[in-house]
Structure formats: structure tokens, C-alpha cells
Design a protein around this ligand. Structure first.
Ligand SMILES: C[S@@+](CC[C@H](N)C(=O)[O-])C[C@H]1O[C@@H](n2cnc3c(N)ncnc32)[C@H](O)[C@@H]1O
Length: 459
């Protein structure tokens, strides 16, 4: 089925749209504050949030239609639990209107829009095909997100176009990878499975040249549109199956958010989520391609879900897939175990979700694997951490640190018995937790004091 490309004719006025979004304060944090929702992932069907949301929709006396759509969005983990008051009061200002249009994909009265936006603004949105003016209502069939100060158009996050290989809205995993990537300047970056182009566009700030690839031409249209919208010109877009799109080229930084959902109803490559029976088909192929495409000294960072069967540890599985690079890469796996299960992986022991960072060593030998908890956004640059660890002359070959959460006593136990590398990672992860939880200043000072103390012990 061919669906009209909503933005192919729309390269008319990027400034107009950027101004509308900026003037309304359409940022990730502002939207989160309005919706009252933390973005979440993999909430099991019928669990707390979905159940609470159903009750909320009923108590708000809301039309079954919008309620059902939002409920389904909540089930998908896309919206989290939208605040009761936000839904009840309806759109009141520019930011509300943009949220209703671009994130909830609900029709908005043109009279209301006209009170808050000038005719010029509305014409700019319509000229870019971002809204359709349909008699007395305006409708948006796409979604728009802010991430890292850039704006991204994607397919709608609530009403997905049917029968189309659609372009993934920014999901928690998109944000989690953005928050984990090393931002050290590099010559060349490759974003495999670019979708809306989010990782390519953010990396364009610290890379001389970026190549963004996807198997889906629709995704590349959106990614190109987004680069144009944000005035970014150092990205080359290539269509193709993973590394086939770049032939023999090698890169300093390879990023990817590949499809990783265990799924036997479709095949890997058919859509934005299917990763084969155990979800590992595409990310395994990416790891196998690093030998050819990752430059010595380069980093690969990938967000993924690893389904563990039996005792095989995820970092061991990753290392085994590196083939010729098995003994010449250092690995930091920041991951948490999650409650995700579906029919394909009923017998799984654990499911890990997080970002793996693989550094191809310049000098092979003495490699290490580290597993740390995943608390994006990271409060430190992972490539600095890797360099620090590479320069410690301590003997640990493999270090495994705490699972999902640090309890204070557990952390102290780990620290007291731990080797130097482990202490550093623990402190960094701890600092990261503190930054995320926004604890008082004295906690930052205390953790920085401990962190530098631990560095002092090992350097
Ligand atoms: C999970 S989405 C990630 C989108 C975006 N990078 C993000 O993080 O928001 C995965 C993307 O991989 C693309 N894809 C699926 N199979 C592929 C393949 N074999 N080669 C290249 N891209 C593929 C899909 O079209 C989709 O855009």
C-alpha cells in the first residue's frame, strides 16, 4: 500500500515551524511536566498504569474513542500515565495545543488555534503538511518531538498509519541511547537503523561526517526532512540492509537502535521492531560487522534487549559475537533486567535492557567486560571512562557489578571488596543516579569527593 508521503512536499519554511515550537516551549521536559508522565517502557498489559488509566478515562467521562486511543498508547508504553487534569481541562495555551496535535494526535478546533496562533503560523504548518485543516478542526497525522534541542517529525505515535512500514516515534529507547552516547569529537559516525534520524542528527554536532542508514525509504525521507528542519548539512543518507548500505567504509563511532522485539509474526527488516524469534537477529549481525566497519580505537554504542536463556551472561554473548575482535574489544554493558516477556521468549531466564558500548582496542590484550546498572542519561562520557579503565594496570579481566539497583549496603559491600576498575564504575554509576534523582548539593559534593578519592587510589 502506498501512503502519500506527508512531508515530501513540505520543505517550505523551517524557520516558521522552529519558531512556533520554540515560542510555545515545546521541549521534552515541558511536555513531560504538562502530561505529568515519566516515559516508561514495557509496562505489562493490564498492569498498574493501564488499569489506573482505564479508571481515569472513565472518571473523566471522556469519549470512548480518545480514551481508547490513549489507553492503547499507554499500553505500548508510549505515553506513560497522562495526568488527569491535563485531559480534563483540554488545550489552554500554545504548548497544550501542540501536545494535543503533535503528540496525542487529537483534532483541535481551528477557532481555538486561531486565538493562539497567527494566520501566518497556521499557514506555515499547513504548507508543510504538518496539519490538515478539515472544516473547523485541525488534525496532525504525524508526531513531533524535541530531543537534545533538536526537533524530529515521525509517524504519529498514537494513530499509526495502517499497512505502512512506519517511522518510529521517539521512544524511551531513542532517548536512552541519546543519553548514553559518547560526545567526544570524531571524524566519522554511522547511525544504523536511523528511523527519524535522531542519533545521526545529534551526532552531527560532534562528527565531521555522519552516514545515516535505514532499510525503509520512508524513514530516510523523514530523517532527511529532520536534518533540513534543523539546518544540519553534514549527514549522508543511504538506504540498505545494515552495513550493506555503506559497503567497505569504516567509522570512529557506530550507533544503533536496531529492531529487537522477539517476534515470529514478521521478519527482521519488515518493520521497526521485529528482531526475530529471540530479538537478537539484527543486533547480532551488527556485532559481527564491527570487524570490518569499526576503526581501531573506535566505539560502537547500541541500545538493545538481550534475552538470556540459562546461565549465559549477556556480556559473554556479546563478546562471542565479535568474531575476530573477540580478544581486542573492551565492553561496558549498562543494563537492567526488565519484566518484558512474550510468547516467543516464555522460557527466558532474564531479559536485559540497556546500552552496550564496545571499544575496539588499539593494542589488543588485557581486555575487560563490565556490567553496570543502566541509569540514562549518563552523567559522564563513556569514552573517558573506557580510557581511564584501559590505563589502570590492575589485573581484573572481567568485572560484574550490581544488578538493577544499588542498595546502600550492597554498594558499600561491592566497593569494599572491589578492584579499582569496579570502584570507578560504581562511583560513576552512583554519581549518575544522584544526578538523575536531583539530590541536594551536599550529596553531589559527597559523591564527587568519593569518586575522586577512588580515582586517586588507582591512578
Ligand atoms: C527501533 S527503530 C529505531 C529508530 C531510531 N533510530 C530511534 O532510535 O528512534 C529501528 C529502525 O531500523 C530500521 N530497520 C529495520 N531493519 C533494518 C535493516 N535490516 N537494516 C537497516 N535498517 C533496518 C527500521 O526501518 C527502523 O527505522
Amino acid at each position: 500500500m502506498t501512503v502519500p508521503h506527508p512531508i515530501s512536499l513540505a520543505k517550505t519554511c523551517p524557520r516558521g515551524l522552529l519558531e512556533i515550537l520554540r515560542k510555545a516551549g515545546f521541549t521534552f521536559d515541558a511536555v513531560k511536566a504538562r502530561l505529568g508522565t515519566e516515559y516508561r517502557m514495557y509496562m505489562p498489559e493490564g498492569s498498574g498504569i493501564a488499569g489506573r488509566f482505564r479508571a481515569l478515562v472513565q472518571s473523566a467521562g471522556m469519549g470512548a474513542d480518545i480514551g481508547a486511543r490513549m489507553l492503547s498508547a499507554n499500553r505500548l508504553g508510549v505515553l506513560g500515565a497522562i495526568s488527569n487534569s491535563f485531559i480534563r481541562r483540554g488545550p489552554k495555551d500554545r504548548l497544550d495545543l501542540l501536545i494535543w496535535l503533535f503528540l496525542l494526535n487529537e483534532p483541535v478546533q481551528t477557532t481555538t488555534l486561531k486565538c493562539l496562533f497567527s494566520d501566518g503560523d497556521l499557514n506555515a504548518l499547513a504548507a508543510m503538511n504538518l496539519i490538515r485543516l478539515d472544516r473547523d478542526v485541525a488534525v496532525c497525522d504525524l508526531a513531533i518531538f524535541e530531543c537534545a534541542g533538536l526537533f524530529f517529525a515521525t509517524d504519529a505515535r498514537v494513530k499509526r498509519p495502517s499497512g505502512v512500514n512506519d517511522v518510529m516515534p521517539l521512544h524511551p529507547d531513542s532517548f536512552d541511547l541519546v543519553g548514553s552516547v559518547s560526545r567526544k569529537p570524531v571524524e566519522s559516525t554511522l547511525d544504523l537503523c536511523t528511523g527519524s534520524g535522531v542519533h545521526a542528527l545529534v551526532a552531527a554536532r560532534h562528527s565531521k561526517h555522519v552516514v545515516a542508514t535505514d532499510i525503509n525509504p520512508r524513514a530516510l525521507h523523514f530523517a532527511e526532512f529532520n536534518a533540513w528542519l534543523n539546518g544540519i548539512t553534514n549527514i549522508e543518507f543511504q538506504q540498505g540492509d545494515l552495513f550493506r548500505a555503506v559497503e567497505d567504509s569504516a567509522f570512529d563511532l557506530i550507533l544503533s537502535n536496531p529492531p529487537y522485539i522477539p517476534d515470529t509474526d514478521s521478519s527482521p527488516g519488515d518493520n521497526r521492531s521485529c528482531g526475530g524469534q529471540h530479538g537478537d537477529v539484527l543486533w547480532s549481525r551488527i556485532l559481527q560487522g564491527l570487524d570490518k566497519h569499526l576503526r581501531p580505537g573506535g566505539l560502537c554504542q547500541m541500545i538493545h534487549m538481550i534475552v538470556q536463556f540459562g546461565d549465559e551472561r549477556p556480556e559473554d554473548k556479546i563478546r562471542a559475537l565479535l568474531g575476530p575482535l573477540t580478544d581486542s574489544c573492551n565492553i561496558i554493558l549498562c543494563s537492567n533486567t526488565i519484566a518484558y516477556r512474550n510468547k516467543e521468549i516464555e522460557s527466558a531466564t532474564l531479559v536485559h535492557y540497556g546500552v552496550v558500548t564496545i571499544k575496539r582496542s588499539v593494542n589488543p590484550g588485557g581486555t575487560f567486560s563490565i556490567r553496570a546498572p543502566f541509569h540514562p542519561p549518563l552523567a559522564f562520557d563513556i569514552s573517558t571512562l573506557l580510557s581511564t579503565l584501559e590505563h589502570t594496570s590492575l589485573p581484573e579481566e572481567r568485572i560484574l557489578i550490581g544488578q538493577s539497583h544499588f542498595e546502600r549496603s550492597e554498594r558499600n559491600k561491592i566497593l569494599s571488596g572491589a578492584g579499582a576498575r569496579m570502584r570507578i564504575v560504581n562511583f560513576l554509576a552512583y554519581c549518575c543516579i544522584i544526578v538523575r534523582r536531583a539530590l541536594p548539593v551536599r550529596s553531589y559534593v559527597r559523591s564527587a569527593w568519593r569518586f575522586f578519592g577512588s580515582l586517586h587510589q588507582v591512578l
